[in-house]
Design a protein around this ligand. Structure first.
Ligand code: ADP
Ligand code: MG
Length: 590
């Protein structure tokens, strides 16, 4: 026998798609309170939210006339015309949440609108309206859900333990609290009687709370703009990665969303500056013109479709990268010098140390002429567009090193891999491969940034390389040319390599493979990636024997480049023992 389902059953089924679990109800309730302009939210729950979930706010409230409507499906005060859609700034607009919650739980609401002297109370349990009386006068709204899914066993069985549901409630709370530092929040688990309260504070303070970070100094504040898009937020400094909670939180017009590509952009920006991209911590707030994205992709509204994701990708990389490049300069030498000259020396050894220092002639020399002219003059749109934020910082840095350069005195090598050198009182140990790789990377990057082409060399005999999809490679004509490659198609699966970058002596196929892989991301990061691959395969390797001239050349290049602390893959290029470290190790100073 076929029977038509009762309307409230139909609604219950549909409601389960909007409200999957207590955490999704909490998300809707918080969003409604924020939409109502609340500056204070009090959340209480019991039994992971299954027994009780309540949100109280001091927002503008719901008037007595509107109250019955609030529970109807597709009733909203926020969207009237479909054309409003593009300009919407509120969280809600589908008018589905309250009615869905009322279909799957015992929902009670009281609310007093700003303009009214007495509040309204209403109760709807599993889709059926219950009698209720007028409430007292307290501006704002309180909504409580009891026994979520209790009468809908099919849904109940998808829930996890109370503990796990409770943890998900905390996640939702934290996610919104991070984006609204000016709002005070409190959340209490009535079962365990644990409460967490947050007063209004600055965005940085909220960020420190969110990531369990003790130190504001561990963070960069970032900001950037591109074609009407704005980015702000905070990013962990490389040295503090792993010291705080990790995770990348993204918001669009203060609405939390998830996008693995944009998270990848942050990792890209850190490339070369950390070995632990998975442990990054950052919060990014994007703001952009409403007509250039769509949040109405799914009922939970956690996905966003961007009209031009590449642009956002590039905005992120550009806003982060310059901070890292400045941070990672080898430390200024000047400050070291003073610390060695005025050490805290133990009484009995002070004389010895002092006399050694006096008798040693200064080993360094100033060689300002050896410095390359580091004026960035972007000649092409690529350079101008992609790197302008860092130009100013960089030129300041150069002036500094200009005044304080010393030269390295080569001491010897271990295993034909580690180069030992002395500069002033410090002992440096370089990894020859990592160092050379980094130097090549910086050099090539500079050439390409300025719109140039890497030096190309014609091969004595063309190299035949096999490719699964040779035509994909040939399509990258411009990139190939700029990197110094010249290829000819032989057939579908083979190419002839006629010329190659002059620095590249081996592994041509590996570099080209990287190019065909058609990496996701903006042109800028693809280029960085290729240059890193090229540098890796061109650099001297560990255990390669290199001449004294080459070693001196490496030291010289190291001194005249910036941001050389790490190889492009994130390994350090050197470790340094300061004169002061040595003194400490031998207990000459305390
Ligand atoms: P939406 O948020 O998509 O409009 P909801 O079902 O979440 O749909 O809410 C329906 C309506 O109820 C809202 O448009 C709003 O007018 C009202 N409302 C819900 N919660 C609150 C609240 N905490 N304060 C004031 N008004 C509210
Ligand atoms: Mg809503």
């Amino acid at each position: 026998m076929i029977r038509k389902l009762a309307p409230h059953i139909v609604h219950q089924i549909a409601a389960g798609e909007v409200i999957e679990r207590p955490a999704s109800a909490l998300k809707e309730l918080i969003e409604n309170s924020l939409d109502a302009g609340a500056s204070k939210l009090t959340i209480r729950f019991e039994g992971g939210g299954l027994k009780l979930l309540q949100v109280e706010d001091n927002g503008k409230g719901i008037s007595a006339d509107d109250m019955p409507l609030a529970f109807e499906a597709h009733a909203t005060s926020k969207l009237q015309e479909l054309s409003d859609f593009a300009h919407l700034s509120s969280f809600g607009f589908r008018g589905e949440a309250l009615s869905s919650m009322a279909a799957i739980a015992d929902l009670e609401i009281w609310s007093t609108a700003e303009s009214e002297s007495i509040g309204t109370k209403a109760r709807v349990a599993y889709g059926i309206s219950q009698p209720s009386a007028a409430a007292d006068r307290r501006i704002g709204t309180s909504i409580s859900l009891r026994n979520i899914f209790q009468q809908i066993p099919a849904r109940l069985k998808f829930l996890k333990s109370e503990r796990s549901e409770g943890l998900q409630l905390m996640t939702v709370f934290r996610r919104y609290a991070l984006a609204y530092p000016e709002v005070s929040f409190s959340i209490s688990d009535l079962g365990s009687q644990r409460t967490q309260s947050l007063n209004p504070e600055s965005a940085l303070e909220r960020t420190l709370w969110f990531f369990d970070s003790q130190n504001a100094e561990d963070w960069f504040s970032i900001s950037g703009e591109l074609d009407g898009w704005k980015l702000s937020g905070f990013v962990i400094k490389p040295k503090a990665i792993g010291k705080v909670r990790s995770g990348i939180s993204t918001y669009l017009n203060r609405r939390p969303f998830k996008d693995s590509k944009l998270e990848f952009a942050v990792k890209r920006a850190f490339e070369g500056f950390t070995l632990f991209p998975r442990d990054l911590s950052s919060v990014l707030f994007l703001e952009g013109p409403p007509e250039e994205f769509d949040v109405n992709v799914s009922p939970t509204k956690m996905d966003v479709r961007f009209q031009n994701p590449e642009r956002i990708f590039s905005l992120i990389v550009r806003s982060i990268r310059p901070h890292l490049e400045v941070e990672h300069l080898p430390e200024p030498i000047e400050s070291r010098v003073t610390s060695v000259e005025t050490p805290l020396i133990l009484e009995e050894v002070s004389e010895v140390v002092a006399s050694t220092m006096l008798s040693k002639p200064e080993v360094f020399e100033f060689r300002p002429t050896a410095l390359p002219q580091r004026e960035f003059q972007p000649t092409t749109t690529f350079a101008a567009q992609s790197f302008s934020p860092s130009i100013e910082n960089r030129s300041q840095v150069f002036q500094f090193s200009n005044e304080s350069l010393n030269s390295f005195e080569y001491l010897g090598s271990i295993d034909e891999t580690y180069l030992l050198a002395r500069r002033k009182q410090d002992l440096w140990i370089f990894d020859q491969h990592a160092l050379h790789e980094r130097i090549l990377y910086e050099r090539h990057l500079k050439v390409l940034k300025e719109g140039g082409r890497l030096e190309s060399q014609r091969l004595l005999f063309p190299i035949v390389l096999k490719f699964e999809n040779a035509s994909a490679l040939l399509e990258q004509e411009e990139l190939l040319h700029r990197l110094g490659f010249e290829v000819r198609e032989w057939n579908d699966s083979k190419i002839h390599l006629i010329s190659a970058p002059a620095v590249l002596k081996r592994d041509h196929d590996k570099v080209l493979c990287r190019l065909v892989e058609g990496r996701e991301g903006a042109e800028e990061s693809l280029l960085r990636d290729l240059i890193a691959t090229l540098a890796c395969h061109s650099a001297v390797r560990a255990h390669d024997r290199i001449s004294r001239e080459e070693i001196d050349r490496l030291f010289k290049d190291f001194q005249s480049e910036d941001a050389l602390g790490h190889c492009p893959h994130g390994r350090p290029t050197f470790v340094r023992f300061e004169g002061r470290d040595l003194e400490k190790m031998f207990h000459r100073v305390v």
